[in-house]
Design a protein around this ligand. Structure first.
Ligand SMILES: C[S@@+](CC[C@H](N)C(=O)[O-])C[C@H]1O[C@@H](n2cnc3c(N)ncnc32)[C@H](O)[C@@H]1O
Length: 264
């Protein structure tokens, strides 16, 4: 990421930080409950410990993997050989968000969780460990990274994860042929058109109670445009902007479309 891009992002974050609302600013009972029961329940839980112990191990790893990057990757362009420790530091969602996904999965109790972008499996592990009855269908383009994630899931004893290796373009339609997407996490190939394509494919098959999470909605102008198009989609009835991620809901009992920006 160039210095200029970092400065732009920091400015956007400051704007978010000083304008985002909290529980007192929302008039939607659904969003109020989401804030009270899920977003603000940030205290440590024993279930987080094994995943964070694994993250610490990965951050200290000296292993190197040969990486095939099918997505937008780093804006500066990453080489093909990468340290596992660098992937753990830069690609994996930080604990705060993984733990939010854990609480969201417990709260919404989805059956099927397609995830675009496994990487080392940190977010996958949080979602899978939240609810053994859910199945996470996680897709990763790089076979060597899939293998690393597989070993990580085995180490955590997680059995409700199905891994797929290949381009999202090829694999997502197959996953969606098999299952209804109840809870979708899109965290790879952060470009406008692919993001919108993944959104439309999932939204076409989603139930009214589905929850979609988009990563890096403010990362680039293209991602800002994608986020705006998603907000404007006629099926979408509610969005919640947490800056680094955006939540999307389709419930028909929200009579008027609403967009909230909430401090997280
Ligand atoms: C940001 S990382 C995912 C991080 C992970 N969700 C976490 O929080 O731990 C994105 C991953 O998506 C993969 N990816 C990007 N574009 C892809 C594509 N078009 N098809 C398949 N995989 C892709 C990359 O190889 C990378 O490992």
């Amino acid at each position: 990421m160039s210095i200029q891009h970092q400065i732009e992002l920091a400015k956007k974050y400051l704007r978010y930080y000083f304008s985002a609302g909290n529980r007192h600013d929302v008039h939607s009972p659904f969003v109020f409950t989401l804030i009270e029961e899920v977003l603000s329940k940030k205290a440590a839980r024993a279930a987080y410990d094994p995943i964070e112990a694994l993250r610490t191990k990965l951050l200290q790893s000296r292993d190197i993997v040969n990486v095939t990057d099918l997505g937008a990757g780093s804006l500066t362009g990453a080489g093909t050989e990468r340290k596992v420790s660098d992937i753990a530091r830069h690609a994996a969602k930080p604990p705060k968000f993984g733990q939010l996904f854990y609480r969201m999965v417990q709260h919404f109790a989805p059956a099927n969780i397609p995830e675009l972008g496994t990487s080392l499996g940190m977010s996958t592990a949080y979602m899978a460990s939240a609810r053994p009855n859910s199945t996470v269908y996680t897709i990763e383009g790089c076979p060597n990274i899939t293998a690393q994630a597989k070993a990580n899931f085995a180490e955590l004893g997680l059995q409700n994860i199905r891994q797929f290796t290949g381009n999202f373009d090829d694999v997502l339609p197959k996953v969606l042929q098999e299952v209804t997407p109840d809870f979708v996490y899109i965290d790879g190939n952060h470009r406008k058109e692919p993001t919108l394509d993944y959104f439309r494919q999932c939204a076409d098959k989603a139930s009214e109670n589905a929850v979609f999470i988009f990563d890096d909605i403010h990362w680039t102008n293209g991602m800002e445009e994608a986020w705006k198009t998603i907000q404007d989609d006629e099926r979408v009835t509610l969005t919640v902007d947490l800056f680094f991620i955006g939540l999307v809901f389709f419930r028909k009992d929200f009579k008027v479309k609403q967009h909230f920006t909430i401090k997280f």
